[in-house]
Design a protein around this ligand. Structure first.
Ligand code: TTP
Length: 393
């Protein structure tokens, strides 16, 4: 079966991280987010991957190339991000036979994708506590009987998890009219398939829709927790590693470093001397974590430097960020309330008691900067020495 992986979205809710790196290419453990989806499709037996690209699509194409893990990869360009059905429609010229559709920004438990392919026509579903926030499936006698977006009175607690195995005929049904929010939505295609076919709900054990920066942190927590420790890099005898820690070839861990896994130190990264890395943490390629830096439950993207005397907790640092000496991140409010973050102009709850900052690519902090919880720093933003930053910039 061909698997269409949707990766053309602008990822506006993921800003500032998606400003230059498209969301599907943001790092989740040792590969981009969308590679986890593509891997799940290949493991389930997909014989071709069709990636729908658009926003910053060349980065996606450069990563996967014409063949990935021995499976051919083709690309369909969606000129304008007009919705998920429109995205699949962009791929329709290369579709024949039954086909699967997966969101390139969702993490699925791979075993369920296997079951999805076997059960075609089928839709992946996940049990959720608040179905009102999702597309909700109704079921009867083991089949899906309906799908409704964000209903006031959800018929079940089964949310649509954005993974579908469609019959060949669905290719003819992709040109659905625009919804109220002006997008051509795949749920309308699913509704048609449900009308015409017996559609099986395939329940996922675990699923994560990675739309906002703290969900990228959660995605890394998920995949870093699955690491098997491995030392391929250069680790000093005077460093102390415990838990599952991966040090890739070409990475260096210097004397006095303590790493409590799960942690992944990628190729070219330098940690130490005397740094303290606590899980779940990803130290990206060519990043530098220096003397007397404590870093915990964070994502540090490639080329970023936290060279001395800093604390970074529950944060995501974009590429080529430079953290000045003595910069400290606060990740907890005195009142213990959930930390909020700015998404498309609104402050929304992350649902996390601990959350630090999200710094876009190229941010530079002056020495002794204090950063308050839930800050959003745009790409290239700077702070002055000694500053306490309480508002996004
Ligand atoms: P969304 O998360 O709804 O859209 P997005 O990724 O652009 O993010 P945001 O809402 O923050 O701007 O999309 C779900 C999946 O579908 C995701 O993998 C991107 C993909 N997609 C397309 O490929 N084309 C589109 O036109 C849209 C809307 C989404």
């Amino acid at each position: 079966m061909k698997a269409v992986v949707l990766a053309a979205g602008q990822g506006t809710r993921m800003r500032p991280l998606s400003e230059s790196v498209p969301k599907p290419m943001l790092p989740v453990a040792d590969r981009p987010l969308a590679a986890h989806t593509v891997d799940a499709a290949i493991d389930a037996g997909a014989d071709e991957i069709v990636l729908v690209i658009g926003y910053e699509g060349e980065t996606v194409r450069d990563y996967f190339g014409p063949e990935y893990r021995g499976v051919p990869v083709s690309y369909a360009v969606q000129e304008e991000q007009a919705g998920t059905a429109d995205a699949v429609d962009a791929a329709s010229p290369v579709l024949e036979g039954p086909f699967a559709v997966l969101n390139g920004d969702n993490l699925y438990d791979p075993a369920a994708i296997d079951r999805l392919f076997d059960a075609c026509p089928a839709v992946c579903a996940i049990e959720v506590d608040e179905p009102r926030n999702y597309g909700v499936l109704s079921t009867a006698d083991g089949s899906v009987t309906g799908i409704v977006e964000k209903p006031d009175e959800p018929p079940t607690n089964l949310a649509n998890a954005g993974a579908y195995a469609f019959p060949a005929e669905a290719r003819e049904w992709l040109a659905v009219p625009a919804s109220e929010r002006g997008e051509h939505e795949i749920t309308d295609v699913v509704a048609r398939v449900i009308d015409e076919y017996d559609v099986t709900p395939v329940t996922l054990e675990r699923w994560l829709d990675v739309g906002r920066p703290w969900e990228l942190l959660a995605a890394n927590e998920w995949h870093l927790a699955e690491l098997d420790g491995r030392i391929d890099g250069d680790v000093s005898d005077d460093a102390h590693l415990e838990g599952e820690v991966v040090v890739e070839a070409g990475a260096t861990v210097e004397p006095g470093v303590v790493i409590e896994g799960p942690a992944l130190i990628r190729e070219g990264a330098e940690v130490g001397p005397n740094a303290y890395v606590r899980g779940a943490t990803l130290i990206g390629r060519d990043a530098e974590i220096g003397h007397a830096v404590e870093i915990k439950n964070s994502v540090v993207s490639r080329g970023t430097s936290v060279s001395h005397l800093s604390y970074i907790g529950d944060s995501v640092l974009g590429r080529d960020v430079n953290v000045g000496a003595g910069t400290n991140v606060a990740n907890l409010r005195h009142d213990d309330a959930a930390i909020e973050f700015t998404v498309k102009g609104d402050r929304v709850s992350t649902g996390r008691r601990k959350f630090g900052v999200v710094a876009g690519d190229g941010v530079k902090t002056g020495i002794n900067t204090s950063l308050t919880p839930g800050l959003r720093l745009e790409p290239g933003a700077t702070t002055m020495p000694g500053e306490t930053v309480e508002r996004d910039r």
